[in-house]
Design a binder for this molecule. Structure first.
Ligand code: TXA
Ligand code: MG
Length: 322
């Protein structure tokens, strides 16, 4: 496995690996992605293999401009275009009808494809140099915590991928918001780095959530996801915890308890939800390696990026299916 830095020549080397059908992890503003040529089914299959990801879970394609987005999709609704113009490059994924040349392995057989233009300069440079749509799920083993630094990717996938491009830590820290616009309205399939409030400001109509039950076969949507090895229990902020032996605490703003946790992480002393989102996965990674058998995680307010944080915490706390 090659370790690359974010210099122009190393970004070019990463692009060469992807163009040649390899898989390379790279930074985005949300989380690290595991990229391959979206139009090459053998390359895409390597992503599923490295992540041990089930084939029914579709991948997001990354492009560097709107023309590339339009070359993969058809019948893009005007409201979807308005969202693209407002939030790209940035943490928004649009699910649109796909053109025939997009392999069904990428979309898990769905007639739609998820596309986004990331804002991380290294990601944009890499995708431009590939001159291809880059399919990239988060660069973690399926169901486990998402990586927000190159070290996270290395710990989890070393030896299973061709290369890792190190671009520092991810500023947003939670995955993109996935949105689908259709005749019935504007739907959030996964809350993420663009808040529902920001989306409503552009569309001028309320967004609805279209989650698990409605979309059984498109499963970032699976109940257990984003899960550390330790069990996670979501508790109200400042709630007393009965049993803290071998337990860790993920606090939102401060810890007012006298209990003996093995380790405590505070997401944002100012109670800033953007800062909390940026710290979320790194804090969970640290707590998961401190030897705790259980992580108590405080709930955060579900406004702005708080909706994405609570979505990740609930999925981390959901029962794991073996
Ligand atoms: O921020 C992000 O979106 C990151 C970075 C790397 O870009 N990527 C990411 O990918 O979170 P991943 O594989 O962890 O999540 C992809 C999820 C799928 O699990 C599925 O829920 C949804 O995106 N998805 C992809 N294509 C879809 C489609 N055609 N219809 C519905 N949902 C789709
Ligand atoms: Mg993921």
């Amino acid at each position: 496995m090659l370790f690359l830095d974010a210099s122009p020549s190393q970004i070019e080397a990463a692009a060469g690996i992807i163009r040649d059908g390899g898989v390379c992890a790279f930074p985005t503003e949300t989380v690290y992605g595991l990229g391959a040529d979206a139009l090459n089914e053998r390359a895409v299959a390597k992503i599923f293999e490295a992540k041990r990801r089930p084939f029914f879970d579709p991948l997001i394609c990354h492009v560097h401009d709107i023309d590339s987005f339009l070359s993969m999709t058809r019948d893009v609704p005007p409201l979807a275009m308005a969202l693209a113009e407002a939030f790209w490059p940035g943490p928004l994924t649009l699910v649109c009808r796909k053109k025939d040349h997009i392999p069904s392995l990428v979309t898990a057989g769905l007639p739609t494809v998820g596309v986004r233009i990331p804002s991380h300069p290294v990601a944009l440079e890499l995708i431009r140099a590939c001159n291809l749509p880059v399919a990239a799920p988060s660069a973690n083993p399926f169901g486990y915590l998402s990586p927000t630094s190159a070290a996270h990717v290395r710990e989890q996938l070393e030896g299973r991928i061709d290369a890792l491009l190190d671009g520092g830590s991810c500023a947003v820290g939670v995955e993109s918001t996935i949105v689908q616009v259709d005749g019935a309205g504007v739907f959030i399939l996964r809350p993420g780095g663009v808040s529902a409030e920001d989306i409503e400001r552009i569309t001028g109509e309320p967004v609805s959530y279209r989650t698990d039950a409605v979309l059984p076969d498109a499963p970032g949507q699976l109940d257990s996801h984003y899960a550390p090895e330790a069990g996670v229990v979501v508790i109200p902020e400042y709630a007393e915890v009965p049993h803290t032996e071998k337990c860790a605490l993920l606090a939102f703003r401060e810890n007012r308890r006298s209990n003996e946790f093995i380790s405590v992480e505070i997401l944002s002393t100012d109670g800033d939800l953007r800062e909390a989102a940026a710290n979320l996965f790194a804090a969970l990674h640290r707590l998961d390696s401190c030897g705790a058998v259980r992580i108590y995680a405080e709930a955060v307010p579900e406004t702005g990026l708080g909706a994405a944080i609570m979505n990740r915490l609930r999925k981390a706390a959901a029962p794991k299916v073996p």
